[in-house]
Ligand binder design. Sequence first.
Ligand SMILES: [Zn+2]
Length: 264
Amino acid sequence: MTCSEARQYIFAFLDNELDSALSLEVQQHIEHCALCARECEIEKIVRRQLAAKLKEAQALPEFDESALVRLLRSEPGALGRMSRTTRRYWKLGTAGALAAVLVLAASLFVVNSARKAQGVSLADVLVEDFDHFVTEAKPLQIVSADAKEVSEWLRERTALAVSVPSVDPAMASLMGGRKCKINGKPAAFAVYRIGNEMASLVALHESDEALVHMNRVERNGHTHWVDHCRGHTVLACRRGELIYAVISRLPEESLYALMQRTEG
Ligand SMILES: [Zn+2]
């Protein structure tokens, strides 16, 4: 199951509306995917808040319609931005609608601050992408051990000035590449085999802000950023406008060699 499929089913999953096979699939995806697990957690938080507010609202003496109108006028996009849960309560009628309006601002705030606090990092996203590549056996779009050929192919399709490092065949072998999207932006993805492990090298156009969650490491006069996430190492560096990141189950020591060659 892909992330987008899982996201599609999360609400029905939490509502116990899925058949058992599908429910199990979603459950298994969430157990292995930190990003979808977070989405699920956030939705649970919203639901808990909503349930608490509904309880409070039931104790209110009467429904203040003008407050509802004021809120909707001041927030024209508010209805569209409500979570599906909020919309569902909305349908319950005036008492539900009042409660939904009361919690709307609160739940949007909770979702936003939960997202910020959890700070889905670049490393998370890269590991997620790498995992999907490996577990879903996504095909390479160019199969070649020729770094120059893979670089040219990727430059043409991603419009990124990417240079895929050629490696000492005794150390690793280049398998090929594909273009992908990271955070909605085109990225270049090259795959290496190092011993029995895979390593991907992703080049993407990102600001330094994307690296702030990672540990800064100075090594041989170069700055690297390192992070570990779900059994994977992410080692990144900046080369001009691009960030290069190597993702692998191997420890970072085994990945520096690949990184240094991006300097060429
Ligand atoms: Zn997922």
